[in-house]
Design a protein around this ligand. Structure first.
Ligand SMILES: [Zn+2]
Length: 122
């Protein structure tokens, strides 16, 4: 039996942000299904995340990827600056698209106050 879903959401493990992320997916992925990856630093360990996305593509035929980094990320420590997150999000997006050009990849920077800032192409 095949089971397919719409998207994969990749975010950090950090508990402070899970409610914000749930609220966001309830609103922005309403009526859709998605795989969920929680990993410290979100896409910081990009090879690991690419493997998860590859599985999601092969098993669940997703068409959309949502990558969420957040403010004050412990996995980045003192390197957790908006610029660093932006750069890593772009790097992840370009790696994902080079492997799977058909995917839509959306990038977000989530603040401590729960605001999702869309990170668009440089
Ligand atoms: Zn984090």
């Amino acid at each position: 039996m095949s089971h397919i879903c719409d998207a994969i959401v990749v975010c950090c493990i950090d508990f402070r942000f899970q409610k914000f992320i749930r609220d966001w997916t309830d609103k922005n992925l309403a009526g859709k299904t998605f795989d969920l990856v929680g990993y410290a630093g979100s896409t910081k360990d990009l090879d690991t995340i690419l493997k998860q996305i590859d599985i999601s593509v092969r098993l669940h035929r997703i068409t959309r990827v949502v990558l969420i980094h957040h403010e004050e990320c412990g996995a980045y420590g003192s390197e957790s600056t908006p610029d660093r997150h932006r750069n890593d999000l772009f790097k992840a997006k370009s790696s994902i698209l080079s492997l799977n050009p058909h995917l839509t990849v959306d990038l977000y920077y989530l603040t401590l106050s729960g605001e999702f800032i869309s990170v668009s192409n440089p």
